[in-house]
Design a protein around this ligand. Structure first.
Ligand code: SF4
Ligand code: SF4
Length: 439
């Protein structure tokens, strides 16, 4: 047996009782955690497994931390990924019911305009989804409402949602949906409708800091502020006992707001949201623009994130510290994963529609609703094969690959490195996870 290439270790820690130095290990392939004595880890990294007693070796093998001497782990992980894509029974489709948005965020690469998806395009979308559901052996249809701001397309949604539910019911497949919203119209009345009519089970809203910094980054196009209204909506929704929707708050972080994140964590907690919402942080990246120029370095982001996690724990937020196996990296690699914008253009990626720098016609478009040719490999779709062929050497040699999947094929294609923060702070995440598990 040998040490799996897909194991990451914490720094050395000491147990409170016996004070023996040890490390916490995570198999990014099995998502299992184990602790070993620090000298044992040192021996394993040198290829020496003779230090292990038979029972320990067997437990580590069972956790995927030790593997067969001749195992081709990269090949197996990539084959598992491809098998998961081939057998995935959920047809995922992202719908942009409108091209309009009230906000003018400084890092947004989209161009917004007052267009709703026409009835003809809605019907063409329903026909396309029917064909895909019938031909793909799917068991579920999962819709994501996305923008621009999808709630400015609520009229379109009100027509489409019942038809989508009818389609799913007609074909005897399950139906669910989620939404990414800017939060401006996310009142309790709208959320109740989202749950009851549109069967939305989770919504994600972005807050980029306390009021002044958020409003600087995410002002309304008419110049007015947005923070107070979004926060009031979130608090009202969170306090409505009739509403059970999952609330996710995302904070996009770069050098301009990094020092204010702790304030946001405390503010949301004082508003009573810490045990009702999930809060996560994402680095600002280039979105067909140069927004990534203001990014923190990955190391700086990763270090700060651990401090934010610790503060979140003290405030009562739920933490998601350890990455799990991710065989399907994103929409782009799915069999029929697509996004349809309000113009009826079809993409297989969520970050390219309405982005003028990608040209007209958009160079990433797969086609239109009636003429999207999936016979040709769409952009980013062959990512796993490309890793196998050695095109993405960073991912091919990375111990995080099973849990990361390569993060974002589009970012790689544009020459950016999309590695998640966990690559840089997994050791600290493991230490925090261990400390919290023992509280
Ligand atoms: S390629 Fe990147 S941007 Fe496109 S859907 Fe996948 S993760 Fe998102
Ligand atoms: S994107 Fe980065 S962290 Fe993920 S597998 Fe590739 S190199 Fe590793």
């Amino acid at each position: 047996m040998k040490l799996s290439r897909y194991v990451v270790a914490s720094p050395v820690i000491s147990n409170r009782t016996d004070r023996r130095p040890r490390r916490i290990l995570l198999s990014t392939r099995s998502s299992r955690v184990a602790t070993v004595a620090a000298p044992t880890w040192d021996a394993l990294t040198k290829g020496d497994t003779s230090v292990l007693e038979a029972s320990s070796a067997s437990a580590l093998a069972e956790a995927g931390i030790l593997v067969d001497d001749h195992a081709d782990e990269l090949g197996t992980v990539l084959e598992e990924n491809k098998a998961a894509i081939a057998s995935d029974a959920v047809l995922r489709h992202v719908i942009q019911p409108t091209a309009a948005c009230q906000l003018g965020c400084d890092y947004c690469g989209q161009e917004h305009f007052a267009l709703q998806m026409s009835i003809q395009r809605q019907d063409a979308l329903l026909r396309r989804l029917r064909r895909q559901l019938e031909g793909g052996g799917y068991r579920d249809l999962a819709i994501s409402w996305f923008g621009a701001e999808p709630l400015l397309g609520i009229k379109t949604m009100r027509r489409l949602s019942p038809l989508l539910c009818d389609l799913a019911s007609d074909l005897q497949v399950g139906y669910s949906s989620t939404m990414v919203s800017n939060g401006m119209r996310l009142t309790p009345a709208i959320v109740s409708e989202l749950e009851a009519i549109h069967r939305v089970c989770a919504v994600e809203v972005t807050l980029d800091g306390p009021e002044a910094i958020h409003d600087e980054r995410r002002p309304a196009k008419n110049g007015s502020s947005s923070f107070a209204r979004i926060l009031a909506n979130l608090v009202a929704v969170a306090n409505d006992p009739e509403i059970g929707i999952e609330l996710n708050i995302r904070c996009n972080v770069d050098r301009a707001n990094a020092d204010y994140v702790t304030e946001l964590i405390g503010l949301l907690s004082r508003e009573g949201l810490s045990n009702r919402v999930k809060l996560s942080f994402a680095p600002v990246y280039s979105w067909g623009n140069d927004a990534g120029a203001a990014s923190l370095t990955p190391a700086d982001f990763a270090e700060r994130e651990i401090e934010w996690f610790a503060q979140m724990h003290n405030c009562g937020y739920e933490l998601d510290l350890l990455p799990r196996r991710k065989p399907i990296v994103c929409l782009a690699v799915r069999r029929d994963g697509e996004l349809t914008d309000a113009r009826g253009t079809v993409f297989n990626c969520t970050e390219v529609s309405y982005v003028p720098t990608y040209g007209d016609p958009n160079r990433y478009a797969v086609g239109t609703l009636e003429h999207a040719d999936r016979a040709q490999t769409p952009p980013f779709h062959a990512f796993n094969d490309e890793v196998a062929e050695g095109k993405h050497s960073q991912c091919a040699s990375c111990h995080m690959l099973p849990a990361c999947g390569g993060a974002c094929p589009k970012q790689w294609s544009e020459g950016n490195s999309p590695c998640p923060s966990s690559k840089a702070n997994i050791g600290q995440r493991l230490m925090l996870w261990y400390a919290l598990a023992r509280e």
